[in-house]
Design a protein around this ligand. Structure first.
Ligand SMILES: NC(=O)C1=CN([C@@H]2O[C@H](COP(=O)(O)OP(=O)(O)OC[C@H]3O[C@@H](n4cnc5c(N)ncnc54)[C@H](O)[C@@H]3O)[C@@H](O)[C@H]2O)C=CC1
Ligand SMILES: O=C1O[C@H](COP(=O)(O)O)[C@@H](O)[C@H](O)[C@H]1O
Length: 260
């Protein structure tokens, strides 16, 4: 009998992973699910407040030398650090999200890192949610679907900074062969989908699906990808096909199961 692994060419055992923005919410979800799965180096400008796996580097991602040092011996970078506010002013996203992301990519190349997963956002495509399409596109009977091949249409300056991050990844992939996956994360909320918020329910990402998705970003093989990071919600206007096909993402949660 021949046993064939589901993702035969993509499975690898524990890898060395640098997690930037480790002290934040997405970092929390990832570490909750994957603390024992990989060898972790965590980085954040805020020091840790809780027990954590691996070593913790307190640093700003705009500090090139420190980021380069933190990258030594790392296989995969999960780059989350940045200003996550949709109302963030230009000065902040320029420094933290664009300059900081360029510093991370540059250091990854210098250190010979294999893959970078970048925390992009639904706000990179926020202006597809036009007055004509909403609120219908948040509802199950509507079949409007974005799949990652569409042009970006950021809904705010924060979204612009995420498009810039995706574009930096494109450059570092094409120029240096770095594997890059941009995860356009929806609405990460712990325990249950956002309440009384149709849009948030359509793009809900549960904590366990978040951890699993980033685990796939660590283990799978890819070139340059844009995927959507949401749970398998009945109501959705982001396709999961690319995340499933390329990464082997198998979400378990669905905001519709919390409707009552
Ligand atoms: N939480 C969500 O639903 C979504 C999050 N994202 C993205 O995921 C990433 C993480 O978001 P959250 O965990 O929700 O935000 P968060 O604010 O909870 O965590 C971000 C972390 O990054 C750190 N950080 C910010 N600027 C830094 C810098 N210059 N140097 C070093 N550390 C820095 C902060 O100290 C913080 O711990 C962000 O890039 C955000 O844009 C995208 C879409 C949805
Ligand atoms: O990019 C982000 O998106 C989520 C969801 O957006 P929202 O418009 O539904 O609030 C947001 O919660 C998160 O803070 C942000 O980084």
């Amino acid at each position: 009998m021949v046993l064939i692994a589901r993702y035969p060419h993509t499975e690898r055992m524990a890898q060395s992973v640098l997690l930037t923005g480790a002290a934040g919410r997405v970092g929390e979800a990832i570490l909750e699910g994957l603390a024992d799965e990989h060898e972790w180096r965590l980085l954040d400008r805020d020091p840790p407040t809780e027990d954590h796996p691996g070593e913790f580097v307190v640093a700003d991602i705009t500090e090139g030398d420190t980021v380069r040092e933190a990258m030594e011996g790392i296989d995969v970078v999960l780059h989350l650090a940045g200003d996550p506010r949709k109302t963030a002013p230009w000065e902040s996203v320029l420094t933290n999200n664009i300059d900081g992301t360029q510093t991370v990519f540059e250091a990854a190349i210098d250190a010979g890192v294999e893959k970078v997963a970048f925390a992009s956002s639904n706000h990179a495509v926020g202006h597809y949610e036009t007055d004509e399409r909403t609120p219908e596109m948040y509802r199950t009977h509507d079949d409007y679907l974005l799949d990652g091949t569409e042009l970006p249409r950021p809904g705010n300056l924060y979204g612009v900074s995420k498009v810039a991050g995706e574009s930096l990844g494109r450059y570092y992939h094409d120029e240096y062969g770095l594997s890059v996956v941009n995860v356009r994360i929806g609405n990460l909320t712990e325990g249950h989908p956002p309440i009384d918020y149709e849009r948030g329910q359509a793009m809900w990402l549960s904590y366990r699906d978040c951890a699993h998705l980033f685990d796939r970003c660590i283990r799978a093989d890819y070139d340059y990808e844009i995927v959507y990071g949401i749970s398998d919600n009945d109501r959705k206007y982001y396709s999961l096909e690319r995340a499933k096909d390329v990464l082997g993402y198998e979400p378990q949660d669905n905001s519709a199961r919390h409707d009552d």
